[in-house]
Design a protein around this ligand. Structure first.
Ligand SMILES: Cc1cc2nc3c(=O)[nH]c(=O)nc-3n(C[C@H](O)[C@H](O)[C@H](O)COP(=O)(O)OP(=O)(O)OC[C@H]3O[C@@H](n4cnc5c(N)ncnc54)[C@H](O)[C@@H]3O)c2cc1C
Length: 461
């Protein structure tokens, strides 16, 4: 039977920074088990063919560096954005970790430009318009890697970890944990049992349902949390010109008048592309990214409505998945797209209507249809209000030709209860990153990984 000091389940953004920190500061023997491919084998056929080929597992969401590899690589350098780490570690410690992670990216070749720190007068003008339209603008420093640079940097990190002696098992799914007397002792895959003193669960949103079941089966404390449901909006770059230029990404928050729900913008991609995310059981949702060197005429961003459920309902992942499945059903296994004007007029979008405007959809195989048959009224209403409010900051945002792709969901609802070192109620078992409901973005998930890596090294001293 194989034996390691540390087994890291999921070689995504949080897991790889746990490994980096351990190999930098100790001789502990580390194994990373990842259900997707090594980075070199992560090829999404859609990038060349324009069509999703239903790879299993999906190369966009699984493999070395997880959801980070083909992300837009926006490093949000503030504890206020991309997760709840500050609730566990405090603001200063979180900022310290973020700055450290940023320096690691720079050492692996990240671009040194930072958005959000200059053009203060222009940013103030955007903020004033936001206030007038009942929106709250969150300003923070942001480094943009782009999908191409992210891929290069993560390739170098994979090489570095291998040189430092980290072992990898790719295309291997961890199925279960070995637990004895409330202490974790290792993991089980389909073919083998691997013993380890420490097990780190860094499974991302891709593994959040798996983690929820693991928690349920082994009495690991977890609670249902918020779920985000919405659409990805695509407009011409001209509409978002000032926000793209001075902020790169505008983080706006709105509380809807009708339902008092919180709606937020998320993951803005200037000159970017709308992409699909494929989950187990062929569930498809939508996302976006952009390349540093290859530009489109469109900007995309998500509008997400946050929902928290109260007793007796606990399955918010199931709720969001049911909505996504409905969209897939109506779009024949694909993503739906509707013009905002058609949604408001209560009619479906057709191929002919889609072709009328200035916007050429970047997600080529999206199917024109009717999102009002998919999204609950409460969510549609909140999104409509948000679009109208954003029109005050970015005139043209509420144009009839604005495209809404559906649906976008964030399945980070299973919140694992951890102590201040991210250890679960089972000894030596850690849970971190998006899958544990702690983070929501690259830099905070990396920072979470660094913290856990350092803690394991300290425990061994
Ligand atoms: C298209 C896209 C664009 C994005 N753009 C940005 C951005 O610009 N900026 C930003 O801050 N964030 C962005 N994000 C979000 C960001 O990528 C995530 O927040 C981050 O990757 C979370 O890190 P993680 O380690 O928690 O999970 P992940 O990086 O998702 O890694 C989890 C890994 O665990 C593996 N796994 C799951 N279950 C198992 C199992 N049972 N056994 C073995 N392996 C398993 C998965 O295959 C995956 O590789 C984007 C996400 C997507 C999908």
């Amino acid at each position: 039977m194989q034996k390691y000091d540390v087994v890291i389940v999921g070689a995504g953004c949080s897991g790889i920074f746990t490994a980096l920190e351990i190999v930098k500061n100790s001789n502990l023997k580390v194994l990373m088990i990842e259900k997707g491919n090594s980075i070199k084998k992560r090829v999404c056929p859609k990038r060349t063919t324009g069509k999703c080929m239903n790879c299993n597992p999906c190369n966009i969401t699984t493999g070395f560096s997880g959801a980070g590899a083909f992300s837009d690589g926006k490093l949000t350098l503030s504890p206020d954005v991309g997760g709840n780490l500050k609730n566990y570690l405090g603001y200063e410690k979180t900022q310290e970790l973020i700055d450290y992670v940023d320096s690691v990216y720079l050492s692996f070749g990240a671009d040194d430009k930072i958005y959000g720190n200059d053009h203060i007068d222009k940013i103030k003008e955007i903020e004033v318009e936001a206030i007038k339209n009942n929106l709250k603008l969150i300003v923070y420093p942001l480094r943009h890697l782009g999908t191409d640079q992210s891929y290069e940097i993560y390739s170098k990190i994979e090489e570095y970890l291998k040189e430092k002696g980290v072992d990898f098992k790719f295309r291997t799914m961890v199925e279960d944990l070995i637990i004895e007397n409330n202490v974790v002792k290792g993991v089980k895959t389909k073919d083998e049992t691997i013993k380890a003193k420490y097990v780190v669960l860094s499974v991302g949103r891709e593994g959040s349902e798996w983690l929820r079941n693991i928690c349920h089966n082994h009495n690991i404390e977890a609670i249902p949390s918020v779920v985000d449901i919405g659409v990805r909006v695509e407009v011409r770059n001209e509409v978002m010109e000032n926000i793209n230029k001075y902020l790169y990404e505008g983080k706006f928050i709105y509380n809807s008048k009708t339902f008092d729900d919180t709606v937020r913008t998320f993951c803005q991609n200037p000159s970017g592309e709308v992409v699909i995310e494929r989950y187990e059981d062929n569930l498809i949702t939508v996302n976006g990214h952009s390349y540093k060197d290859s530009k489109t005429n469109n900007t995309n961003l998500a509008l997400l409505v946050s929902k928290t459920f109260t007793q007796p309902f606990k399955d918010s992942i199931g709720y969001a998945k049911s909505i996504a499945k409905l969209a897939n059903m109506l779009a024949d296994g694909k993503v739906l797209v509707q013009r905002y004007g058609d949604l408001k007029r209560g009619r479906r979008t057709t191929e002919e209507r889609l072709m009328r405007g200035n916007i050429v959809p970047t997600l080529k195989d999206a199917v024109p249809g009717d999102l009002s048959l998919v999204l609950p009224y409460r969510i549609i209403k909140s999104i409509e209000e948000m679009i109208e409010a954003l029109n005050g900051v970015a005139p043209g945002f509420n144009s009839a030709e604005t495209l809404l792709y559906g649906v976008e969901c964030k399945f980070y609802n299973n919140k694992v209860i951890v102590d201040s070192n991210f250890q679960t109620n089972l000894k030596n078992l850690y849970a971190l990153g998006d899958g544990a409901g702690i983070t929501r973005g690259i830099i905070q998930s990396n920072s979470n990984g660094v913290y856990v890596g350092r803690h394991i090294v300290e425990e061994e001293k």
